[in-house]
Design a binder for this molecule. Sequence first.
Ligand SMILES: CC(C)(COP(=O)(O)OP(=O)(O)OC[C@H]1O[C@@H](n2cnc3c(N)ncnc32)[C@H](O)[C@@H]1OP(=O)(O)O)[C@@H](O)C(=O)NCCC(=O)NCCS
Length: 219
Amino acid sequence: MPVTIRRATIDDIICMQNANLHNLPENYMLKYYMYHVLSWPEASFVATTTDVNEPGLEDLTLEDGAGKQIKLNSNYVAPGEKLVGYVLTKMNDDPDQQNEAPNGHITSLSVMRTYRRMGIAEKLMRQALFALREVYQADYVSLHVRQSNRAALHLYRDTLEFEVLTVEKSYYQDGEDAYAMKKVLKLDELHPKNFAHPKSSTERPEDDLESDLLEDVAV
Ligand SMILES: CC(C)(COP(=O)(O)OP(=O)(O)OC[C@H]1O[C@@H](n2cnc3c(N)ncnc32)[C@H](O)[C@@H]1OP(=O)(O)O)[C@@H](O)C(=O)NCCC(=O)NCCS
């Protein structure tokens, strides 16, 4: 089943909030998603797939008295298009840190349980890091992660090569400590054409843009 990574739009935020509620104890009001997507429209991404058990349009929306469509199934951004992951990011707009170099922040990332360990979070993150650097000129990006969150820690520290800056004591509401992490963003490294998994040692062949695509086709 193919998974598409694309930029998040305002039409996705109900589903993003739904995924967040399923996957994480840190939740936000809908207007906070809206704030991200409207303020930095190129920085947040969603992963979607088509569903063979796709509900029909009538299962998804209901018309209210004023002719407005009300969304009923918050797993689907559109008929047949199911949201399976998202990354919500922003630029740091803290007025107290105006003298800092421009920098981005990963507010939230999650992938629905049955779609995990397929590389979706890594792809969402790489797209977001590239956009924060290329579009919003972020010099670096920061995030917090629970000390007990082995999956996320592996993704950030080992796969994406974030560094641990410090431990923030009782950062989370339940008292758990957080690792504050940071990654300096270098455009060359982040460019999608240079996506290279740290574990992949095999050289991939160069794209051949010269030869005629039809030359091997029998006539
Ligand atoms: C953390 C999370 C986003 C990872 O999503 P994912 O799509 O499964 O991650 P990926 O498949 O892209 O995996 C990326 C790397 O993390 C590793 N990883 C993923 N889940 C793991 C786990 N449970 N334990 C150990 N490593 C794990 C993968 O093996 C991969 O490592 P590799 O690069 O060495 O192969 C997902 O588990 C999730 O949504 N968790 C709940 C919400 C959450 O914790 N969000 C982060 C808040 S800071």
